[in-house]
Design a protein around this ligand. Structure first.
Ligand code: FMN
Length: 290
């Protein structure tokens, strides 16, 4: 509930895996203040889908459930090989089904060995088939989104998008963190950038925007895009929207700018909509492509 008080209109929890896991040893998160960037190698530390489900049920019973939509982010359990990934994702989806409004399949974290290989067509289509089966079994339609890596080539991303369009994926999240690094500007950032893991925050913004533009160019609004990566101000938020994002999301900016960043972005977007002569925010989505 604190999230909606900050100005968020939706929230996401996770990454959740089928089995409990400790994640990588600490330290596993590094700051690069001069870059407004983080490097993390958390590795999906979480108590596993069944325990999370229990905790969510108890939150609901205590009336601590947000009034705004909630997404669940699902990752592959570290101990499960890619050959069995489809079952692993589908089981977690099944366990969490009643406890989220939409689901994000995360096949793009750099912190689980081999996870990004799941973006290959064969693995990905078997994951999508298994998750679609769970959805059919549930008899209700909740959106299933796929989260992309910024480190794939444009051609690979387009291939993935085309598979999404033909497999009933309801939306695309662009993007996860990158394994690329900018040139360090300080001893602190040199240390952060020398760690394994995914980089988020300001230096990710330009590639994330490229991916949003690329995906929108291909999908033309057929399925929504969630824009994420280095969004930290009304300008970066607006750019993500006119590039094609129907929803936006941020993480690192909360760490560097504090919670007021959310309401300042929300206010900023509202005035940009007015100033640009749009009658609603949805008119601005993808406007750059017209
Ligand atoms: C500490 C940390 C943990 C994260 N864990 C996950 C995760 O479990 N699943 C996921 O899809 N993305 C995860 N991300 C990536 C973010 O959701 C987001 O895609 C990325 O940080 C880029 O956005 P930002 O620049 O606003 O931080 C994590 C990021 C950070 C910094």
């Amino acid at each position: 509930m604190a999230w909606s008080a900050m100005g968020f209109s939706w929230t996401e929890y996770g990454g959740v895996t089928r089995y409990p896991q400790d994640g990588n040893p600490k330290p596993r998160m590094f700051r690069a203040n001069r870059h407004k960037a983080l490097v993390n190698k958390m590795g999906f530390n979480n108590p596993g889908a069944s325990e999370i489900r229990k905790r969510l049920i108890s939150r609901k019973s205590e009336d601590k459930w947000p009034k705004t939509p909630v997404a669940a982010n699902i990752g592959r359990s570290k101990k499960v090989p890619n050959e069995h990934a489809a079952d692993d994702y589908a089981s977690t989806l099944d366990i969490l089904w009643d406890h989220a409004d939409m689901f994000v399949l995360n096949i793009s974290s750099p912190n689980t060995p081999g996870l990004r290989d799941l973006q290959g067509q064969e693995y990905l289509s078997s994951i999508l088939i298994s998750c679609n089966k769970v959805r059919e079994m549930k008899g209700a339609s909740k959106p299933i989104l796929l989260k992309l890596s910024p480190d794939n080539s444009d051609d690979e991303i387009l291939e993935t998008v085309s598979l999404c369009l033909s497999s009933g994926v309801d939306g695309i999240v662009a993007t996860n963190t990158t394994i690329k690094r900018p040139a360090p500007l300080s001893t602190q950032s040199r240390k952060a950038f020398s760690s394994d893991g995914g980089l988020s925050g300001r230096p990710l913004n330009s590639r994330s925007l490229e991916v949003i533009n690329l995906v929108y160019g291909e999908t033309q609004g057929k399925i929504p895009i969630v824009g994420v990566g280095g969004i930290e101000s009304k300008e970066t938020a607006w750019e993500a929207i006119i590039s094609g994002s129907s929803l936006i999301q941020l993480y690192s900016a909360l760490v560097f700018n504090g919670p007021t960043v959310v309401s300042s972005i929300v206010k900023g977007i509202k005035s940009r909509v007015r100033e640009s002569g749009f009658s609603s925010l949805s008119e601005a989505v993808g406007y750059k492509h017209i």
